[in-house]
Design a protein around this ligand. Sequence first.
Ligand code: PAF
Length: 278
Amino acid sequence: MLVIHTIAELHVHLRGVTGIVLVPTMGNLHQGHLDLVRIARQYGQFVVVSIFVNPLQFGMNEDYSKYPRTLEQDCKMLEQCGADVVFAPSERDLYPQPQQVTVELPPIANELCGAFRPGHFRGAATVVLKLFNIVQPRIAVFGKKDYQQLYLMRQMTAQLNLPVEIIGSETVRASDGLALSSRNQYLNVAERTEAVFLYQNLVGIRLAIMDGATDFFKLERQAMEVLSARGWRVDYVAIRSQSNLAEPTACECNLVILAAAWLGKTRLIDNLEVLRDR
Ligand code: PAF
C-alpha cells in the first residue's frame, strides 16, 4: 500500500490505472470506515482511500482544530484491509489559494444538519468534487450514517454529470446499537452509556410507524421531548422521504428518520430507514 501526500505524486502513481474506487474520509478510522473499504473492494480492483480533515466543512465554533488526526494508525488499519493507495494531502496542496469556487447544492442542504451547520455540506461537496477530479474514480463509497451527505453527493454527481457511481454503505453499529463515529471518542463513560438512546429512540419511532402511526409531527416532537428530558440538546428529529429528504406525502412508503443531538459537548447524528406498508 502506498501512502501519497501530494497531487503530483498521486497522478504519477495512478497513471494508466482504471476502475478506481474512492473512499473519501477524514481519517481517525474505525470499523465503519473499514467496512467502506471492504465494500469498495467488492466494486473494484484498485481502492484509493483519501484522508483529509477538510477545513471548508467546519464552522467557526466547530471541532476542526481538535478533530483527531491519526494518520499512522489509520494507515496500519488500511494496509490490513487491503487498500491500494492512501491519499493524505496537505491543506496547502488541496487549497493552494482560498477556495472561492464552491459547489452550490439544492436547498435541502440548508435543512436538517445544514440548518445547524451552515455551509457544512457546501464544504463537504466542494472537497469531494476536488477529490473526484484529482483521483478520477469510477465509483465512490459513502456511509449511510451521513445520510444527508450521501443524498447530496448523489445529487451533485447526477446534476453535474460526474462520471462517478455513488455507493451507499450501511451504518456500522457498536454491539449496543450506537452508530460508529470518530466523535464517539469525545464521550465520557456516562455519556457513552446514554449515547445509545439516540438509536433506541429512532427504533421506537420506526416501530410506531410500522404499527400505523401517521402523525409524524407528533412522533418527532415526542422524541425530542424524551431526549431533552434525559439531558440531550436536540438539534432535530425528522421523518423524511428517502427519495428527496423532503417531508413525506401521505402515500410515501420509503421513509427515513434522521436525528442530531448533543450529549455534553459532542454532537451525534443517526438515522434509520423505514419501509412502511401502504
Ligand atoms: O464524511 C466525511 O468524512 C467527510 O464529509 C468527507 C466525505 C470525507 C468529505 O470531507
